[in-house]
Design a protein around this ligand. Structure first.
Ligand code: NAD
Length: 638
């Protein structure tokens, strides 16, 4: 089971945080997965409503997973954290502006990053165990993930109180402060969720909500308003020192533990946002701080003291109410070219990649390196640099714009296609790059067409070198619309994509090409062996043939004679390259297709028989397909 479970259920999209052992702390991968799901479901007619919930009783989500941020920041890499916050805030903004109803169920702790996921939903449900807080000032950050906007619009000075004291809100408090909407006893949640998911309609929720318990903080509102007013953190500290009540002294004690710089900035932000209503404005302001937090703020020291060394004795940069105004304005001044923006990254696609072997691994890595969001799955557990490995083919395919398969054969392709096609969005592309039989390619295409998915069969030539170098050639069958959608991906993974016509034609082109390749390689190897026996020097033979009518790719680009022509597997002890076993597979596919189509292919049949003998009865298995040359060297006329 992965750390986040994203699926469609009934008429709804369902996102479940699934790291209960880590109080569902939000990782970068989870952020990206939520954003991808929201993007994918935005125009999906099957999804009328979104439910966000979490596994476990203790927490909906206790915050961002800061361990990775700390490690990278300590190593002087600030870009990782900046990227995390940037993408997290963009996801928060998408959630808050979502056009379809979003319902969140917030049991136990909902803190920091959890507020960003749970408290921008249009319908936020709390129960008896709910405890919501913005604890960032305790680790040297400002209340972020849009929390600064919620704090700015809490009644009176409650926002300043909650942000500076990092106080926890019970269910009544959360509704009072504007972090939640409805109270629903937790015993009723499962039934209400099931009804929401099934119907895609809010009716079940409206019928079930009950009167919330009273807000404990309501009784302190007068004291809060009296103390948490003023222009700066210094004013608030002065007010609290003058108030001898237990509540004021407890508040002061809480403030004394937190980062002065973060709190001073938080006060300034809350004040600035009081007159604003749009969440992106708040997120952009928060990002000014978080972008600088590792290098110039207290963030790394805060994490060290609270999470890593747990000595709870942080050495903050400033004394409590001695933060110069210039330091606050430095942390909050505009970022220029690094400013957080919310434009859609129109070119980045959501890609599901299934089958990360010798070919698929480097192909997926190239797509991720080009900036696409790649979610990958392989039964063997392999992944690729930059791709997010997920737990199943279904997980990889869900909400993808394009699902790419790179699998061993047609039987496996068909079983994967059966699994993923029903979960794919209408209009998404299923791009199979494996080499399979034409019949399987056409059967998968038919399944796609019924489901409103665009099928492409796009086997490749170019081998593992072409896969890592991004220089493959794609032979593509399928409709123009799918081809055009996949074109930017072909341009990353390869140097050429030829549209060969209707579904199955890509595979047809591939097996025709490889039948020629098998035949010419055998012919080339035979000719070298004959030349040897006739006393003709191999280099001389190459010089002639490579510029005469006997030339071919097998001779000119992949010469089977060691030390002759450009470097090839022959120069590396015939280590593949393109394995003889794979050539046999392709020749068999060609013969299978020839029989089905009543085509006369005697040379292809002969090449298949020779490679079968070489691989199955001799020593060809695991060798490059050009190792036919030493085989012919050894043998005489039968
Ligand atoms: P490979 O065996 O290295 O990779 C196939 C991957 O698919 C493996 O990692 C395997 O674990 C995975 N897989 C198997 N069943 C799966 C399932 N049900 N779900 C998810 N993953 C699954 O093979 P390869 O060399 O990468 O070749 C892949 C395809 O490309 C083949 O069809 C091959 O004929 C074709 N091809 C290979 C080359 C080459 O030079 N290797 C060249 C051109 C085309």
């Amino acid at each position: 089971m992965s750390e986040i479970d994203i699926r469609k259920s009934g008429r709804s999209g369902h996102i479940t945080l699934n790291r209960p052992e880590a109080l569902n702390a939000l990782t970068y991968d989870m952020v990206r997965a939520i954003d991808a799901a929201l993007l994918g479901w935005a125009n999906d007619p099957d999804v009328a409503l979104i439910v966000i919930d979490a596994v476990g009783e203790k927490a909906f989500c206790a915050g961002g997973d800061i361990a990775d941020l700390y490690e990278s920041g300590k190593a002087g890499d600030f870009a990782f954290g900046q990227g995390f916050w940037r993408d997290e805030y963009r996801m928060n903004a998408r959630l808050a502006a979502y056009q379809k109803p979003v319902v969140s169920f917030l049991q136990g702790f909902t803190m920091g990053g959890g507020v960003g996921v749970g408290c921008h939903a249009a319908h936020r449900i709390v129960g008896q165990s709910s405890r919501i807080a913005m604890p960032e000032c305790g680790i040297g950050l400002v209340p972020d993930v849009g929390g600064s906007m919620l704090l700015a619009h809490a009644p009176g000075r409650l926002g300043e109180y909650l942000g500076l004291c990092t106080a926890r809100m019970g269910p009544g408090d959360a509704i009072l402060a504007g972090f939640a909407d409805h109270y629903l006893p937790e015993e009723a949640w499962e039934a209400v969720k099931a009804a929401l998911l099934q119907s895609g309609d809010l009716g079940a929720l409206k019928a079930a909500v009950t009167e919330p318990p009273s807000a404990e903080l309501a009784q302190h509102m007068a004291a809060i308003n009296a103390s948490f007013c003023g222009e700066t953190l210094g004013d608030i500290c002065t007010n609290l020192r003058m108030d001898t009540s237990e509540f004021a002294q407890k508040s002061l004690a809480a403030i004394e533990r937190n980062s002065p710089l973060a709190m001073a900035c938080a006060v300034e932000m809350i004040h600035r946002l009081r007159s604003a209503r749009d969440l992106p404005r708040a997120l952009e302001l928060e990002y000014r701080f978080t972008h600088r937090a590792m290098e110039h703020g207290d963030f790394l020291e805060g994490i060290r003291a609270l999470i890593i060394d747990k000595d709870r004795a942080p050495k903050w940069k400033h004394a409590l109410d001695k933060v110069p105004a210039v330091d606050v304005s430095f942390m909050l001044r505009p970022l220029g070219k690094d400013k957080l923006t919310f434009e859609e990254e129109s070119t980045a696609m959501q890609i599901g990649f299934i089958g990360l072997g010798n070919m698929g691994g480097p192909m997926a890595a190239n797509l991720a390196a080009a900036g696409h969001n790649v979610r990958s799955f392989d039964v063997a557990g392999t992944s690729a640099a930059g791709a997010v490995a997920v737990a199943s083919a279904l997980d990889a395919a869900m909400n993808a714009d394009v699902v790419i398969t790179m699998l061993p054969n047609g039987v496996i392709l068909r079983s994967v296609a059966d699994e993923v096609i029903p979960a794919m969005n209408k209009g998404a592309v299923l791009l199979d790059c494996s080499t399979v039989d034409v019949e399987s390619a056409r059967a998968v295409a038919a399944l796609c067409e019924t489901a409103g998915v665009l099928p492409l069969d796009a086997p490749v030539s170019g081998g593992t070198g072409g896969a890592s170098g991004g220089t493959l050639t794609f032979m593509v069958g399928g409709a123009e619309e799918g081809f055009n959608k996949a074109l930017p991906l072909f341009e990353i993974m390869g140097q050429k994509a030829v549209h060969c016509g209707a579904s199955g034609n890509g595979q047809a082109a591939k097996i025709c090409n490889n039948m020629i390749l098998g035949v010419t390689m055998i012919a080339t190897c035979e000719a070298f062996a004959l030349a040897d026996k006739l006393g003709l020097d191999r280099q001389k033979m190459f010089n002639v043939v490579s510029t005469s009518s006997g030339y071919s790719w097998s001779m000119n680009a992949y010469c089977p004679a060691p030390g002759v022509g450009p470097t090839s597997p022959a120069d590396n002890g015939y280590k593949p390259g393109f394995a003889a076993d794979l050539m046999l597979k392709d020749l068999r596919l060609a013969q299978q297709a020839a029989i089905g189509a009543d085509a006369d292919t005697p040379m292809g049949a002969m090449a298949q028989a020779l490679y079968a003998q070489f691989v199955e009865d001799e020593d060809g298995a695991g060798q490059d397909f050009s190792a036919m040359l030493p085989r012919f060297e050894k043998s005489g006329r039968p």
